[in-house]
Design a binder for this molecule. Structure first.
Ligand SMILES: Nc1ncnc2c1ncn2[C@@H]1O[C@H](COP(=O)(O)OP(=O)(O)OP(=O)(O)O)[C@@H](O)[C@H]1O
Length: 336
């Protein structure tokens, strides 16, 4: 199959709030190829989760809506569908079969009252139409795949009987049981300590190769990005402000916001882990733009050390910074 697996074009998502219309996503473009991991990074409130929830059509009509753009997804049959236009029934068929999602908190998708083997088997029965026996065998196979020791015995456990890392593995097993081609992972390792976090990232990478999935990986942790991403898109104030292959972003950021984030990256590298030491988190001065009162020009301008009058005049365009990257800053050449 040719063409990207997911191609989000000019996505706009709005919420109706008591204080007025809140535009949380303001024209986002993102593409993910099969077998590729795109990390979506940015501080809290930058619009990462709303972007992914929009792509999954999980924004309830009564609170918000996709106000513009396309979410083009190429299915297993080779057809490209605009998920923004799909009815909820067709969308829920795709969710949990071709598109799966994992979250920071496994208990958002695991039922505390059911044994984990039965939960994974149920997903296999629902989406793959397997018999009870075949679904049970599939559940055990999935538990083995996510490296749960003694999977036959553990299948009988309830979620609360497992450690946080094991629960996270069970959630991954449950998400992947239908062999999805796209996995959306929203901060899946944030709640775990750094050793377990690394184990889960290594596991995800291995499974990605095996399943040839595209992954949209949402995180605010650039240490995690370095471990898992092929490409990175940096979000601020509901817009992509920079995107590029991971090494380029980490070694030579072009946008002042990316530079700021890199200055505030907690150390998660092997040496820091071994010594149990973490660098102090240096915050970017100032706070996230108020989405109800965005500034007239660049959203980051009020916090930016490079800002000038032209930055206050208009929202900067996303300019190509080379063959594979873009930055939304009129001074990116000086910054580079
Ligand atoms: N249901 C909602 N109603 C109103 N505003 C919302 C709603 N959900 C999100 N928002 C707003 O949309 C903006 C983007 O939020 P979003 O959760 O996408 O940020 P994020 O980058 O994922 O942050 P975090 O890392 O904290 O999850 C924020 O200003 C948030 O307050």
């Amino acid at each position: 199959m040719t063409g990207p697996l997911l191609d989000i074009r000019d996505l706009v998502t709005e919420f109706r709030t008591e204080a007025g219309l809140l535009r949380a996503v303001k024209g986002v473009d993102l593409t993910i190829a099969r077998g590729e991991t795109l990390a979506l990074v940015g501080e809290s409130g930058s619009g990462k989760s709303v972007t992914s929830l929009s792509a999954m059509r999980l924004i309830p009509d009564r609170v918000g809506r996709i106000a513009g753009g396309e979410i083009l997804f190429q299915g297993r049959d080779g057809r490209v569908r605009d998920l923004a236009q799909l009815d909820q029934r067709a969308m829920s068929d795709l969710r949990g079969s071709e598109i799966a999602m994992i979250f920071q908190e496994p208990m958002t998708s695991l039922n505390p009252a059911h044994r984990i083997g039965a939960q994974i088997a149920e997903a296999a029965r629902l989406h793959e139409g397997l018999s009870a026996k075949a679904a049970r065998a599939r559940a055990i196979e999935m538990l083995r795949l996510v490296e749960i020791p003694e999977p036959e015995r553990r299948a009988e456990a309830y979620p609360h009987q497992l450690s946080g890392g094991m629960r996270q593995r069970v959630m991954i097993a449950s998400a992947l049981v239908c062999n999805p081609s796209l996995l959306i992972a929203d901060e899946p390792t944030t709640a775990l300590d750094s050793t377990v976090q690394l184990q889960i990232l290594v596991l995800l990478k291995r499974l990605q190769e095996e399943f040839r999935m595209g992954i949209l990986f949402i995180t605010h942790n650039l240490g995690v990005v370095a471990e898992i991403a092929d490409r990175v898109a940096v979000m601020y104030g509901g817009r992509i402000v920079e995107d590029a292959p991971v090494d380029r972003i980490l070694e030579a950021p072009r946008h002042p916001y990316t530079k700021g984030l890199l200055g505030s990256v907690p150390r998660t590298d092997h040496a820091a882990r071994a010594s149990g030491q973490r660098e102090r988190l240096v915050q970017i001065p100032g706070s996230m733009v108020d989405p109800l009162r965005p500034p007239p020009g660049c959203d980051f301008e009020p916090r930016c050390a490079w800002s000038g009058p032209a930055c206050r005049a208009a929202v900067p365009p996303l300019e190509a910074t080379g063959p594979e990257g873009h930055a939304r800053c009129i001074r990116w050449k000086e910054i580079a």
